[in-house]
Design a protein around this ligand. Structure first.
Ligand SMILES: NC(=O)c1ccc[n+]([C@@H]2O[C@H](COP(=O)([O-])OP(=O)(O)OC[C@H]3O[C@@H](n4cnc5c(N)ncnc54)[C@H](OP(=O)(O)O)[C@@H]3O)[C@@H](O)[C@H]2O)c1
Length: 334
């Protein structure tokens, strides 16, 4: 195979990183049984942290970032995959420990690969990417823990982001009333309502006290922020409600009391998409391509960028100016 282009993050000195485009040979990629010609990737919050160097995501240098990729198998030493197969990888430590999706070719472990589900194109799998997978993972865990539409509305925080946007669609489709608690109230209301939000609530204008238990308002929540927002949710979720703890866009800290857990039976469900057990992973992709397939998949993608534009697009994501999902066209073959 001839040389190909990859975005790689280098660390020329301690605590400083630099993203640049390199010309690589396949043998320079981290080890794996399957070489994939990448068609599409996407930009998640974690990717933006890795590329800009704003977060310590990468475990070694140099490394190709990109925690998601979809494309066609070029070669495989694992009998499960043949050249030409349409496949995808989300998480599984690519773009963190192993070279990831921001390159024309990727070499990955066969066990991390999911066959493209019949109900989605390769482009659509990356319109969802880790963000969509994670939102679906939250829905799965909440339903398993007896969350039901009749219990009342679900709050989604960070709703204009990738995970939040897909979560609105998925929960609405599953029959829930959805309240989007956003920092962009007044600016993104149309976008959020078109995805299915029944109410758009300004995070800054929320006036909730600081008692261990405040008046219960939401039946459950999908939280992308952590910090004060997650603490507020523990105080305001109704008896037996579930809070899917996904992100830390506001803070990694959580200051709350045991009161919501022991007096309201509230549960915090941890969501860890990177190392999700394979059987769950396959089931979630199956559902995303069928009964949970987002109705607003087209609207979720607000930007499509070429590989060369990934560094600038990552800066935008960190600046908080982006709404929805950013797709990365690598070769663009469907
Ligand atoms: N646990 C997992 O497996 C997993 C998987 C994927 C993502 N995540 C995490 O989930 C979070 C969301 O990921 P994403 O890909 O959806 O990110 P994203 O597209 O960047 O969206 C994050 C959203 O959070 C809000 N936000 C951003 N910065 C904020 C700040 N400083 N304070 C308060 N709100 C802020 C914004 O929404 P509004 O303006 O609408 O409020 C923004 O759109 C991230 O923390 C990410 O690391 C975790």
């Amino acid at each position: 195979m001839s040389a190909f282009t990859a975005l790689r993050v280098h660390s020329p000195e301690k605590n400083r990183t630099e993203a640049r485009f390199d010309s690589l040979q396949v043998d320079e990629l981290s080890a794996g049984e399957v070489v994939i010609r990448v068609a599409w990737s996407g930009i998640n919050y974690k990717d933006a942290l890795a590329v800009t160097g704003k977060g310590r995501i990468l475990k070694k240098f140099p490394l190709v970032p990109g925690i998601d990729l979809a494309g066609h198998v070029e070669s495989s030493s694992d009998a499960r995959y043949q050249p030409g197969d349409a496949v995808l990888v989300t998480g599984c430590n690519i773009g963190e420990v192993h070279d990831g999706g921001y390159a024309e070719l990727a070499r990955v472990k066969a066990d991390s690969i999911i066959r493209k589900p019949a109900g989605l194109t390769l482009r659509e799998t990356m319109a969802l990417g880790t963000a969509g997978f994670t939102a679906a993972f939250a829905l799965r865990r909440m339903l398993e823990n007896h969350q039901a539409p009749a219990m009342g509305p679900i709050a989604v925080t960070g709703p204009t982001g990738g995970v939040g946007s897909v979560a609105i669609d998925l929960f609405k489709r599953a029959g829930f009333t959805v309240h989007a608690i956003t920092g962009k109230a007044g600016k993104a209301d149309d976008y959020l309502r078109r995805l299915g939000a029944d109410e758009v609530i300004s995070r800054q204008a929320l006036d909730i006290g600081s008692k261990p238990l405040e008046s219960a308002r939401w039946a459950g929540a999908v939280d992308n922020l952590g910090g004060e927002t997650l603490a507020m949710l523990t105080r305001t979720v109704k008896p037996w409600g579930n809070i899917a703890s996904i992100g830390l866009a506001q803070s990694h800290e959580l200051a709350t009391t045991v009161m919501p857990f022991i007096l309201r039976g509230v549960s915090i469900l941890g969501i860890h998409s990177v190392e999700c057990p394979r059987a769950w992973r396959e089931d979630i992709w199956d559902k995303l391509s069928g009964e949970w397939r987002p109705r607003t998949l087209d609207r979720l993608v607000t930007r499509e960028v070429a590989l060369r534009d990934v560094p600038a697009a990552c800066e935008d994501l960190i600046a908080g100016t982006v709404t929805g999902r950013t797709l990365v066209r690598v070769s663009g073959a469907d």
